[in-house]
Design a protein around this ligand. Structure first.
Ligand code: ADP
Length: 591
């Protein structure tokens, strides 16, 4: 990736003059400098959608040996870039055209910032002079100003000689400290700007130590360990920051050496195998209110953890605090106390923090009392038995559970496969039924609980890891990015999409409340044949109605590694409104 030799620009489009020199100096241009700056920093894959003014940039990127994955909608390219950032610790790059393309990519940029994923949205833009005077340029928009509130940082480059600095700053901003989404604005006029090739090469920056370690202070480490030592009912919560940190062996050592039960947040599933005896997922509603000391590792006390308060945590009312005392390991010094008091904030990168804790703990950490671990084991056993009973049922039509029993077996047999998951019920049931055995194999809707990440994530997961991808999609969720089945087929990616099709949002049996002819806003075409979309692009489509058929179709997809869409028909009355977050839906609350 160190190939940053600047190639001569064939014919400078604007502004370059050789001033009559007999042997003209070699020149480069803005296009080439952007490419060279990215390649110099090890960035070899771009997710985007070409058009004015970045069409030639995309072409030349490919010509220069970069992998350019071209999507059908920028939002999906952006989601792909964001998750590529999560999986690789390098900023995922999304390339969009100006105004509408930029806006389509912006959702994903905000998503990256919210989820702490490193990403750079590079967008072409119209001419500053015209935009600032609002004179009506093609796709006129003050993109930099619009991007700022949803980005961790935003930069614009106006001169070719500043491209190196612009790219370096964007990379540093995306991956250092708490990672996030960065916007890099490249106006159309920048690309053809010519400059002397040697000066251009000299202006590029290979970023040194882009995400420096942040070593925690010893007194903070000691305070955290002391609090853990004082606990009678300790609990560790692992979040996607812990998965991102790639400190898997030390995290596992910390959990195992302390003997403390742990709960993985959804994208931290598999950091230790979900079947690990200390995993308390199957006793979640018991351990949260009962724990006395909770250590958060790369997890925020946001809505996904009921803000650390209320009945979930054993508080007497929906707003009151529970009895827990908290340790929080996080790279952001501002995260602590955002919802409840954090008695032992441990600020630093997770790798350094966990290593320092292991050192402080030494070999003689007293394991948690057996009445705590025993009570958890008992709850777990009861819930696991209940779940096994449900999974063993074979109703017709299939239920979410009977279909997911099959997915669970297939994922278990293919522990390296990437699992993409979105929907409402399709998300909730998959998260609790499908065990993950290895780190960073489950990627899902993240902090916002959004739909739409599906196919973008599938593409990036396949491109980045080369592994089989399995996507479990609600039929509603799939609709947000379904056109990217063409992208999956075009690049021949090993993606097996399973749509749990219950004909609608939440469920498919709702009627028009006004009695009119239009369908309810929550239902779709009945018995839609989504699998034909994949067939339309040369992939494999399968329509299944039983667990056996589903199993055979998934096994064949994995064997063949061909793009496959399995339309799994399930009971249209099977879902719950808003899945597990009914409490956030004012209508569902009244029901
Ligand atoms: P989850 O949704 O899984 O609970 P969150 O996205 O809420 O996870 O929290 C992730 C946290 O991890 C963020 O607060 C972020 O600052 C932190 N984080 C991300 N990367 C690192 C890292 N390398 N070291 C320490 N903390 C990190």
């Amino acid at each position: 990736m160190n190939d940053h030799a600047v190639k001569p620009a064939p014919a400078p489009a604007t502004g370059a003059a050789h001033h009559g020199a007999s042997a003209p100096a070699q020149e480069t241009d803005g296009f080439q400098l952007v490419i060279d700056a990215l390649k110099l920093n090890g960035i070899d894959t771009i997710y985007g959608l070409p058009g004015i003014p970045i069409t030639d940039l995309a072409r030349r990127m490919q010509k220069n040996g970069m992998r350019v994955i071209s999507f059908r909608h920028e939002q999906n390219a952006g989601y792909a870039a964001s998750i590529a950032g999560f999986l690789t610790q390098k900023p995922g790059i999304c390339l969009t055209v100006s105004a509408p393309g930029f806006l389509n990519g912006l959702t994903a940029l905000a998503h990256a910032t919210t989820n702490c994923f490193p990403m750079i949205l590079i967008s072409g833009s119209s001419e500053r002079e015209v935009v600032d005077l609002q004179q009506g340029d093609y796709e006129e928009m003050d993109q930099l100003a619009i991007a700022k509130p949803v980005a961790k940082a935003a930069f614009r480059v106006l001169h070719a000689e500043d491209i190196g600095v612009g790219v370096a700053r964007a990379i540093r901003a995306a991956v250092s400290g708490r990672p996030g989404g960065v916007y890099l604005d490249l106006p159309a006029k920048l690309f053809p700007q010519a400059m002397d090739a040697a000066a251009g090469a000299a202006s590029l920056i290979k970023v040194v130590d882009a995400a420096p370690k942040q070593i925690p202070a010893h007194d903070a480490v000691k305070r955290a360990v002391d609090l853990l030592r004082s606990a009678k009912k300790p609990l560790i919560i692992l979040g996607k920051g812990a998965a991102y940190a790639q400190a898997d062996a030390d995290i596992r050592a910390l959990v195992e050496r302390t003997g403390i039960p742990y709960l993985p947040m959804s994208m931290a599933k598999g950091l230790l195998p979900d079947t690990h005896e200390q995993c308390a997922s199957a006793a979640r509603s018991f351990v949260l209110p009962e724990a006395d000391v909770v250590m958060l590792v790369g997890a925020r006390l946001n809505w996904l953890l009921s803000q650390g308060k209320g009945k979930t945590w054993g508080g007497a009312t929906a707003k009151s605090w529970g009895r827990q005392r908290f340790v929080q390991v996080d790279i952001s010094p501002q995260e602590a106390d955002s919802n409840v008091r954090i008695e032992a904030p441990l600020v630093g990168d997770i790798g350094s923090c966990v290593a320092a804790m292991l050192k402080e703990i030494g070999p003689d950490f007293a394991k948690p009392p057996s009445d705590w671990t025993g009570a958890i084991a008992e709850r777990k056993a009861k819930n696991v038995a209940k779940m096994a009973e449900t999974l063993a049922k074979n109703p017709s039509p299939m239920s979410f559970q009977s279909a997911l029993g099959v997915v669970r077996d297939i994922v278990k047999a293919n522990p390296d496969a990437m699992l993409v998951n979105e929907g409402a019920n399709a998300l909730d049931f998959t998260r609790s039924i499908v065990d993950m055995m290895k780190p960073r194999r489950r990627i899902d809707v993240g902090t916002w609980g959004i739909m739409g990440i599906g196919m973008g994530y599938c593409v990036a997961a396949a491109v980045v890891t080369g592994q089989q991808v399995i996507a479990v999609e609600g039929d509603s969720a799939f609709g947000f990015s379904g056109m990217e089945t063409e992208t999956i087929c075009r690049y021949g990616l090993p993606v097996c999409i399973v749509i749990l099709n219950n004909n609608g949002v939440y469920r498919g049996d709702e009627k028009n409340a006004g009695g009119g002819a239009d369908p309810s806003p929550l239902v779709f075409v009945k018995d839609a044949r989504y699998e034909k979309m994949m067939e339309a692009f040369g992939g494999v489509g399968v329509h299944v109605k039983t667990p056996d058929e589903l199993r055979r179709a998934m096994e064949e997809a994995i064997r063949s590694r061909r793009p496959t869409l399995i339309n799994a028909v399930i009971d249209e009355g099977g879902g719950t409104e808003s899945g597990r977050i009914t409490n956030l839906n004012p209508t569902a609350k009244k029901k």
